[in-house]
Design a protein around this ligand. Structure first.
Ligand code: HEM
Length: 385
């Protein structure tokens, strides 16, 4: 009994001390409107449950927060999150707070110091180095790959047309993976025809463990997670994906060095280069591990996002037949019955399609939450933090 009382007393004392040291934070939090929070847990309970319940909860919480103020708050256990929907405030935050939120750290074991999770100083340096490789003219070099993989997608969808209901997103994701892999590292993976290679299975498994950790608070501390079978599964699968990219990097480095040895000018603008070749050839002096981290980050960032936008756009075109007719007629005018691949000039003529894609991204944003840590006072339009 004495032990229980002592533990209880110790915890209470620590809690009072903890609250006292954060007095200013609590006073500030009290000045902000809030919705649906519980004592101690705050809003954590909104983020529990399976994917569907979770999505419903997040949507409802965001709608409520949006209604009660431009700047509101969420408490996740002891962490205070300031929530804003105002574009001006978001710009101020993104310009002033470069450190990513704690939740991004679950990607770190996989992506190391890739752009998503790199510490701020390294991020600044690498971001500057990598910026030129995302230039429009480099993306344009890959329009024929978009066309080639798009044609395979159309064939695969044609097989399903008129049959039973099916999930189009799986098909789109495979196509996007083929495009991203070829553009990022020059690898023709053919995920559209062979989706279940050990590498693809490992990648899927790592992603599902990371998303699971995000929404299961008891799985978040490493000390607890490392005791579970998921941790072992994650380590094995991360090793498989790292090994794959490492091999591609080594192969590519050897190729680049061989070509340089043969006095091939790697900085000419004539031959198309994948992102890995550009990272290797632009004298950036990135080592193999850094290259792997950037290439893995790019293939992950570039796949789900684009696949979701295309899937949502197809869904909306299905819901709004008149808009679908406009897009269909636009494409019919451009291609005039030909099955040739699109060119850059064709893309410039796809005005209706562009509008549909932009409206899709506005209505169904694929990255709905962006989290940053404050490291200094930040003045938002209405408040001082
Ligand atoms: C419709 C498609 C896309 C959308 C909506 C999108 C959206 C975003 C957003 C919102 C972020 C910031 C996330 C954060 O900081 O919390 C981001 C970061 C990033 N995206 Fe995309 N993205 C898309 C496509 C792509 C593609 C195709 C690639 C590469 C081929 C890519 C590579 C990256 C990288 C490397 C970062 C990290 C940048 C950094 O932190 O400096 N994204 N993206």
């Amino acid at each position: 009994m004495l032990i229980i009382l002592s533990v209880f007393f110790g915890i209470s004392l620590y809690y009072m001390y903890f609250r006292h040291t954060r007095k200013q934070l609590y006073a500030f939090s009290d000045s902000l409107p809030s919705a649906g929070s519980l004592p101690v847990l705050g809003h954590s309970h909104w983020f529990l449950g399976g994917p569907e319940r979770l999505l419903k909860n997040i949507k409802q919480l965001c709608e409520t927060l949006h209604e009660i103020g431009d700047v509101t708050k969420i408490w996740i256990g002891p962490s205070l999150y300031i929530v804003t929907f105002k574009p001006d405030d978001i710009q101020i935050i993104l310009e002033n707070c470069l450190e990513k939120d704690y939740s991004y750290k679950f990607l770190q074991t996989w992506l190391g110091n890739g752009l998503f999770v790199a510490p701020v100083e390294l991020w600044k340096m690498h971001r500057r180095l990598l910026l030129p490789i995302f230039h429009n003219h480099i993306i344009e070099d890959y329009i024929d790959v978009f066309g080639e993989q798009g044609a395979i997608l159309v064939e695969r969808l044609r097989d399903r047309a008129g049959g039973q209901e099916f999930d189009v997103h799986t098909y789109i994701t495979s196509c996007m993976l083929d495009i991203v892999f070829e553009a990022a590292m020059g690898e023709k993976m053919d995920v559209q025809h062979t989706p279940d290679t050990p590498y693809m299975c490992a990648r899927k498994s790592v992603m599902s463990v990371i998303s699971m950790r995000l929404f299961k608070p008891w799985m978040q501390p490493d000390i607890l997670f490392n005791l579970t079978p998921c941790s072992k599964q994650q380590r094995i699968n991360i090793d498989i994906t790292h090994k794959f990219t490492d091999e591609v990097v080594t192969k590519k480095r050897n190729k680049v060095e061989e070509q340089i040895g043969m006095s091939v000018d790697w900085n000419d603008n004539q031959t198309r280069k994948d992102l890995l070749e550009l990272l290797l050839s632009n004298k950036l002096n990135l080592n193999d591990k850094e290259l792997r981290e950037h290439i893995d980050s790019i293939t992950i960032a570039g796949n789900d996002t684009t696949a979701l936008v295309v899937s949502y756009a197809l869904m909306l075109l299905g819901c709004y037949q008149d808009e679908q007719d406009k897009v269909y007629n636009e494409l019919k005018n451009i291609f005039d019955g030909s099955l040739r691949a699109p060119t850059k000039a064709d893309l410039c003529k796809m005005e209706n399609l562009e509008r549909v894609i932009k409206e899709t991204m506005r209505l169904y944003t694929v990255v709905p939450i962006i989290g940053r840590k404050t490291q200094k006072e930040v003045k938002l339009c209405k408040w001082n933090f």
